[in-house]
Design a protein around this ligand. Structure first.
Ligand code: 7TS
Length: 417
């Protein structure tokens, strides 16, 4: 929910930072970009990092003592500190740069799970996990003999915490939960889950792909052991993501990938590992992307995360209230007035989600249709697919009106068939 201290965003001004938003699509139709939960757009100052880097100081990091390598190394290393600070971690040692949220989860599942899990252990997930977490833990569990358990969701799309208390027991080694559902918009009680996990000496991993972009996240306040997110959903570039891990755990864990950069001393027989976080960043890393990731954090902080959260919340409320005008539209997740993020998944009785997204696309409106990498959740909801509109700091009520008008047009088109 929007906090009291938030100030309204000057959206018209902010939109000037995103040249892509003023382009047209198809038959010279203005673009209405409502697919931000998949990938957000990128402001000029983040895009500019790439030109500055490749024109000014492109060099490999950590290796050289020449000027360019030093400049690139300092910028890349400081980017870790900046991204760490953005989510409340204790500096670069607790912030590994990965490719994306998916790789962050796989890193822990392979480096920790494959070594530590065995028969008799269990991993507790939620019914609303993205495949990035669900498939990864499911497959690691198969390989180790561990059991996977799923915390149920309630009718209104929230976690059944009573069920969580039943499932998490002394054999639980990991609780891995999505912080905000990419379909329901539900904000899960991660600190309560962390408490439950720790009461049973289990670790807690939170998937923050849909949370870090739109609210202030503090991993220490949440009490998590691991936390994952992607730059491309928070005004940053594709190709880079963050993995927060508690220093003591990261020091104990085995590396995920072996090779150059992640070692300290190598002989023909043995190798020892580099300091954190480099122990987990084998090979030449995503240098320009990492530096741009930090710039995206600066950009969001300049706007104010509380302001972004409040803006998104207002847009979600507006979309829910507009959809509530129609008997044949079903929305999923928490309803009006509840804490939820700025995305709304919905179905229209007479039109399949894929047809719907294709028709609204003709009106310049970009939304997503399908299972949104949550097939089991869609099974649980009793639907095969949904359409989803997801908002960000540069979206407006008028764009939601454009979506609703386009949905109207789809309804009419199918009524004639
Ligand atoms: N976890 C959640 C909750 C997500 O929403 C996504 C991406 C991921 C993990 C994976 O992120 P990636 O950066 O590794 O791909 N979700 C979506 C979506 O909802 N539509 O497209 C991607």
């Amino acid at each position: 929910m929007g906090t009291q201290e938030s100030a309204p965003l000057d959206v018209a001004r902010l939109r000037e930072d995103f040249p892509i938003l003023s382009r047209t699509v198809g038959d010279d139709t203005p673009l209405v970009y409502l697919d931000n939960a998949a990938t957000s757009q990128t402001p000029n100052r983040v895009i500019d990092i790439f030109g500055d880097y490749y024109r000014g100081y492109n060099a490999n990091v950590h290796r050289g003592i020449h000027y360019l390598s030093q400049e690139a190394s300092i910028a890349y290393e400081q980017a870790h500190d900046r991204v760490a600070e953005f989510v409340g971690a204790d500096g670069r040692e607790e912030m590994i740069f990965t490719k994306n949220t998916t790789e962050s989860i796989n890193l822990v599942a392979y480096a920790w799970g494959l070594n530590e899990l065995s028969e008799g252990d269990n991993v507790v997930l939620t019914e609303m996990e993205h495949h990035a977490s669900l498939v990864t833990w499911q497959q690691i569990a198969k390989r180790t003999g561990a059991e996977v358990r799923y915390i149920r969701i309630t009718e209104d799309g929230k976690l059944d915490m009573e069920h969580a208390r039943e499932l998490i027991d002394d054999d639980t080694q990991m609780v891995s939960a999505v912080h905000i559902s990419n379909v329901l918009g539900t904000v899960n009680p991660i600190s309560d889950l962390a408490q439950l996990a720790h009461d049973h000496d289990a670790y807690i991993f939170a998937d923050g792909a849909q949370a870090v972009p739109n609210r202030r996240v503090d991993v220490k306040d949440l009490g998590v052991d691991f936390y994952a997110f992607s730059a491309h959903k928070m005004c940053g570039p594709t190709g880079v993501g963050g993995l927060y891990g508690k220093k003591a755990i990261l020091e104990d864990m085995e590396p995920f990938l072996y090779g150059g950069e992640m070692i300290r001393k190598v002989t023909y027989e043995e190798s020892t590992w580099n300091d954190l976080p480099w122990k987990y960043e084998a090979g030449t890393p995503l240098i320009a992307e990492g530096i741009a990731f930090a710039e995206a954090c600066d950009y969001l902080d300049d706007i104010g995360m509380d302001n972004i959260q409040a803006h998104e919340h207002q847009l979600a409320e507006y979309a829910l209230s507009r959809f509530a005008e129609f008997d044949d539209v079903t929305t999923y997740g928490p309803g009006l007035g509840e804490d939820r993020s700025g995305l709304v998944a919905f179905t229209l009785d007479s039109v399949h989600a894929h047809d719907l997204s294709s028709i609204v696309n003709d009106y310049g409106v970009a939304i997503r249709a399908g299972d949104h990498c949550t097939q089991p959740l869609h099974d649980r909801l009793g639907i095969s697919a949904s359409a989803r509109a997801s908002f960000y700091l540069y979206n407006t009520r008028e764009e939601i009106d454009a979506l609703v008008d386009a949905v109207d047009a789809a309804r009419e088109l199918f009524a004639d068939i």
